[in-house]
Design a binder for this molecule. Structure first.
Ligand SMILES: *Cc1c(COP(=O)(O)O)cnc(C)c1O
Length: 350
């Protein structure tokens, strides 16, 4: 399917300093838009990036029926444009949509539309190490009535933006022992907008205390490790890769899934299981925590060097000693650059 395209009158690309790209503020020339009304998706088109005009009664402002996704496009060493696991982002967008009582998005709008959009703005894909074109689909409710009920109208917009490294230094994370990001049965497994608004206040407190991010714990006892910021979290306990098992309070990250698959193929012992804060402290005291890192599309692999907790500050081994995550980072990097065979079928070439 070819989506109707209206090109910008003049590109803004020459105004961008690709050596200095702050995250999420510079948008490429075009965006994909589509509307859901009268029971079906319509008006899918690619138009110049720009403001939209909406009513103050737009239902999303009042009750946050809004979901998003995040993925990246790269250029490999042959200058071909690569999307990484876009099918999985498509599936997860629709899982989030179901949880938030929003319509399913068809593949020919989401996948074909994104392919066409990225192809059109391919000059916006930066190529230095750690850089990529970040793709942000967002869907929100557009009824102009504020009754608390599922909207009948929705808008999908896909923005793209060049990005550099998300974190520029290793992370200090604080174990959250009071607030929660999500609870069992809640919306934590969906990329639902409200989850992120709700996380801001406790994250701000951590930042004020000199930490970059929180290490979220379960909502009942604040004892089981869940995630870190908007990343899944992994540990090397000696030579075993350990990560919290998925449940409805945890977002099933595609980076998490990729790393677990590759690690198992490498013959690394992998455990997806409950990790309590007490176990973490015990393992730290015994010198068993060799590596800790967050994993996600935006941040790739983000090394965690300090884990703070009211009872103890855990200082973890130096980055140079972290053989597993360094090898994994390099493998994923090479895979996207076309230097490894795509044996999992994760790459889509445009
Ligand atoms: C997006 C996200 C992740 C990482 O998912 P990826 O698919 O790897 O990008 C992890 N946790 C939360 C809460 C997220 O929103």
């Amino acid at each position: 399917m070819s989506i109707k395209t209206t090109l910008v009158a003049s590109s803004r690309i020459n105004q961008v300093d690709f050596n200095n790209i702050p995250f999420g503020v510079i948008f490429s020339d075009h965006m994909l838009v589509a509307d859901f009304k009268e029971g079906s998706w319509q008006n899918a088109e690619i138009i110049p990036f720009g403001n939209i005009s909406v009513s103050p009664s737009l239902s999303v402002f009042h009750h946050a029926q809004a979901i998003f996704e995040g993925m990246k496009a790269f250029k490999n060493n042959q200058s071909e444009v690569i999307l990484f696991r876009i099918e999985d982002n498509f599936k997860r967008m629709n899982i989030s949509a179901e949880r938030m009582c929003m319509p399913q998005i068809p593949e020919d709008i989401f996948i074909d539309g994104i392919k066409q959009l990225v192809k059109l703005d391919r000059n916006w894909i930066p190529t230095a190490e750690g850089q990529a074109l970040y793709i942000r689909p967002v869907m929100f409710s557009t009824d102009t009535a504020i009754g608390v009920k599922p909207s009948e109208n929705y808008k999908l917009i896909v923005l793209t933006m060049p990005t550099g490294a998300y974190y520029t230094e290793p992370l200090k994370v604080w174990v959250e022992t009071k607030y929660s990001r999500s609870a069992l049965g809640g919306t934590g497994y969906a990329k639902a907008a409200g989850n992120y608004g709700g996380a801001m206040y406790p994250s701000k407190l951590a930042l004020q205390n000199g930490y970059h991010q929180l290490l979220w714990t379960d909502a009942v006892n604040n004892e089981d490790i869940e995630e870190s910021g908007s990343m899944n979290v992994m540990f090397m306990f000696n030579d075993v890769l350990v990560t919290p098992e998925l449940k409805t309070s945890i977002l099933a990250g595609i980076t998490r899934d990729s790393i677990l698959k590759i690690a198992r193929d490498w013959g690394v012992k992998v455990e997806e299981r409950k990790i309590t804060v007490s176990e973490l402290i015990e393992k730290y005291r015994a010198g068993i925590i060799k590596e800790a890192f967050g994993v996600g599309t935006a941040a790739n692999i983000a090394q965690i060097t300090t884990i703070g907790h009211p009872d103890i500050i855990m200082t973890l081994p130096a980055i140079q000693e972290r053989t597993f995550s360094t090898k994994m980072y390099n493998y994923l990097f090479d895979l996207k650059k076309g230097l490894q065979t795509d044996k999992y079928g994760w790459l889509t070439k445009l």
